[in-house]
Write a new protein. Structure first.
Lengths: 280, 464
């Protein structure tokens, strides 16, 4: 069960895995996610379905190595299996009736933005993709975005590839040049989504963000992923993960996102040390 | 001649100051001598009120008589006829408000320790009996059970015993529902739950984990595409409630569901597991039920120096079992009764620093028959804590309702089902347990599962 069919390192810290999961592949829609466990003692982590192949019965996940679990996941090779995989969870992204959309992706968030851009493109929506990365070496999914967008703008923080600057700079330039969008879909680090939302608020453009909160079950049972949207508490796992960016309390979400940072760093260190010992 | 001692044989238990630092089982179980002695307290009275006191109608006098005669396996088999989970029920059933409440011996003195005896014979069976149950002759009918908690396990077990091909669909990665994610190890060891579930598998029940019905597969697809002729929904009441007071989204505020799931299902108390949990020093648990007691006792075991139960009514109204309250007190949990939180306070990093409470007094009885708590004006005070756990109840998950057309529910989310059959507004679909009643007890859920199994059998396999 849940066999890894393909593994590709997209950049030094981001990996793509294609996983055998016919039931999930049959139902998955852009914007939905899965929860997986790498091993019996492992934690449950949510990852967005980055792509799916209904006929082959497989889904893709793309993850960045940020902690112990993603480090362990990255040690798995083609032919290995995951302990657990459940999904598709969450509400699919709303794409109906959109004529022209700006899809803004930041870093590994592009993995979530891509299937949405693809779906929009396939249904005939005009897609402008703005993708941003820290530096050239971290760029992922460039060809994929190229294929599904009518216009693509590549940004890097340090200017080593594409234009120098943040995705908000590029989006602002587009808006100031008179581009009109039915919606902006922004997916990336919380801080990026916050500033995209602040920007689009000035232009009064509906903005959807995808919240990657900490989760356990992913079915509404624990409430760990709760966030404040328009003054109300929502659960990212069942009410989202997509929310109105102009309503989300991003500062709270940022704080909740780092709640276990010390623990995570220590675990990550332990896994790395164990791995080093094994390699020796 | 019956043993006329007025008191039950006491349950041996770990010392409170030792056990509040470990996750091993608190109650250690009777010895054979204790079980034999306790069983002889039963008068085997003719009208046997205890049987009607049991939601699954175990023939209690018969099993207690066999126990008194030292025929423990026979005693077990009598229980097993009516209960799929004897070792679980012997531990977590509220016997004091069911079978033992109506025991004739309880009129003068303490009732027979029925629960303790049940646990003894069930544990003895698990330890000694190795032969596997005989798989019943298949009857060719396929039934799906949604949820592997007490309701689902019971329904599945009863149907399997009648020859049905049963598949249980479980959303989490481990079967057991609330028995594994909710009730802590020290009250119900997970090895016991696993053994009971293994027993069902030996009867031929298939369990598919990681299946969220309504997402992975819908109820209708189970009926139309997967060949199931009937469905039992035992998906429980998994949605945590919050108080909707300021500060509830601060870091360090947990739902009891989250806290207990981290500790029990994900084993955050063990150093060899990857799931984190906050290291707390001062913890306030809001609520007064068994779940609140469980959360408080877990927090204590995880090393918190001070753990408070904050409850808006008085001790008399605490919904938790008396035994759990007693155990919590022994372990050093501090009860702040007649207090209601009004807001949770935090620092710049949004970490919890305290909880503001308002003192309450009791007024006239409300709809629930309990005296209504009334705020005492101007009595606000702050309890300095770094963690708050909300244990104020749960409601059914709306996922199945929202993905199953024509399945009627109450306003608050409970699936509408006929008593006792569990028939819903949709043909071939049955429901029972917390998904119907809202959060209740393990044994009531089992009773519902049992009745639904009977009704499903009547539908699919009507007697000629």
């Amino acid at each position: 069960m849940y066999k890894i069919l393909k593994k590709v390192n997209l950049n030094p810290t981001v990996t793509l895995m294609e996983i055998d999961a016919p039931l999930i592949a049959a139902k998955a829609e852009p914007g939905q996610f899965v929860i997986l466990r790498v091993n019996e003692e492992g934690e449950r982590i949510p990852l967005t379905v980055a792509d799916f192949d209904r006929s082959k019965g497989s889904i893709n996940i793309i993850f960045q190595i940020v902690g112990a679990t993603t480090e362990l996941l990255n040690l798995k090779q083609e032919g290995d299996s995951l302990q657990d995989l459940v999904g598709p969870l969450g509400v699919p992204s709303h794409t109906e009736g959109l004529k022209k959309v700006a899809v803004v992706g930041g870093g590994v968030g592009c993995a979530i933005a891509y299937p949405i851009a693809k779906k929009l493109h396939e249904q005939g929506t005009v897609v402008h993709a703005v993708v941003g990365f820290k530096t050239k070496d971290l760029v992922i999914l460039e060809d994929e975005f190229e294929k599904v967008s009518d216009r693509m703008i590549m940004m890097t923080d340090d200017g080593s590839y594409g234009d120098k600057g943040l995705v908000t700079d590029a989006l602002k330039a587009l808006l100031d040049a008179g581009e009109q969008y039915d919606e902006v879909i922004a997916i990336g680090p919380v801080i990026m989504m916050k500033f995209v939302s602040l920007l689009t608020k000035q232009y009064n453009i509906k903005t959807v963000v995808s919240m990657n909160s900490i989760m356990i079950d992913g079915t509404g049972m624990c409430g760990c992923c709760r966030l404040t949207v328009g003054g109300e508490t929502k659960f990212a796992c069942v009410d989202g993960p997509d929310f109105d960016g102009h309503q989300v309390n991003f500062d709270e979400a940022m704080q909740r996102g780092v709640m276990y940072r010390d623990f995570e760093q220590k675990c990550h260190q332990d896994v790395c040390n164990l791995y080093k010992m094994e390699v020796k | 001649m019956a043993n006329m001692s007025l008191k039950k044989n006491e349950m041996p238990a770990q010392d409170p100051h030792v056990r509040n630092c470990n996750f091993q089982e608190v109650a250690l179980g009777y010895t054979e001598a204790m079980a034999l002695d306790e069983a002889t307290r039963c008068l085997n009275c003719k009208h046997s009120p205890c049987i009607a006191g049991c939601p699954v109608e175990i023939n209690i006098p018969a099993f207690v008589m066999k126990t008194a005669q030292g025929e423990f396996e026979e005693a077990y088999q009598i229980i097993a006829k009516d209960s799929s989970l004897p070792a679980v029920c012997g531990r977590v059933c509220p016997q004091e408000s069911q079978c033992e409440l109506v025991c004739v011996r309880g009129i003068k003195g303490e009732p027979v320790g029925i629960g303790r005896l049940e646990r003894y014979v069930a544990d003895r069976h698990i330890d000694n009996v190795k032969e596997k149950p005989v798989k019943p002759e298949p009857n060719g009918h396929k039934v799906a059970v949604i949820g592997s908690g007490p309701a689902g396990l019971t329904c599945a077990g009863d149907l399997a015993k009648r020859g049905y091909d049963v598949t249980i669909f479980e959303a989490l990665h481990t079967p057991g529902g609330v028995l594994v994610y909710g009730i802590p190890e020290f009250r119900l060891p997970k090895a016991i739950v696993k053994k009971e579930i293994d027993g069902l598998k030996e009867l031929g029940v298939t369990i598919r984990t990681n299946m969220v019905i309504g997402r992975s597969v819908s109820v209708d697809e189970l009926l139309t595409e997967h060949g199931f002729e009937a469905i039992f929904i035992g998906s429980g009441a998994g949605l945590p409630m919050f108080m909707h007071i300021p500060g509830e989204n601060l870091k360090g505020v947990y739902s009891a569901n989250e806290y207990l799931t981290r500790v029990n299902l994900m084993k955050a108390y063990r150093s060899d597991t990857a799931t984190p949990i906050k290291k707390s020093n001062r913890v306030a648990v809001v609520g007064g039920g068994n779940v609140a007691m469980d959360a408080a006792r877990c927090a204590k075991r995880l090393g918190a120096e001070e753990v408070y139960i904050v409850y808006r009514r008085s001790e008399e109204e605490l919904p938790a079992r008396a035994e759990e309250v007693e155990h919590a007190k022994e372990e050093g949990i501090i009860f702040k009764l007649l207090n209601n939180p009004v807001r949770i306070l935090g620092d710049e990093q949004l970490c919890v620093t305290g909880m503001e409470c308002l003192e309450m007094k009791l007024g006239e009885p409300d709809d629930s028959g309990r005296r209504r708590p009334i705020p005492v004006e101007g009595s606000e005070w702050t309890l300095p804590v770094d963690t708050v756990i909300m244990a104020i109840g749960t409601s059914p998950n709306p996922l199945i309702k929202s993905t199953t057309q024509g399945l009627e529910t109450q306003k608050w989310g409970g699936i509408i089902a006929e008593e006792p059959s569990g028939k819903t507004s949709r043909e071939h679909i049955y429901a029972g347990g917390d998904a119907v009643t809202g959060a209740a007890t393990v044994i009531l859920a089992m009773g519902a599962g049992k009745c639904a199994a009977r009704a499903i059998d009547e539908e699919l396999n009507p007697k000629q």
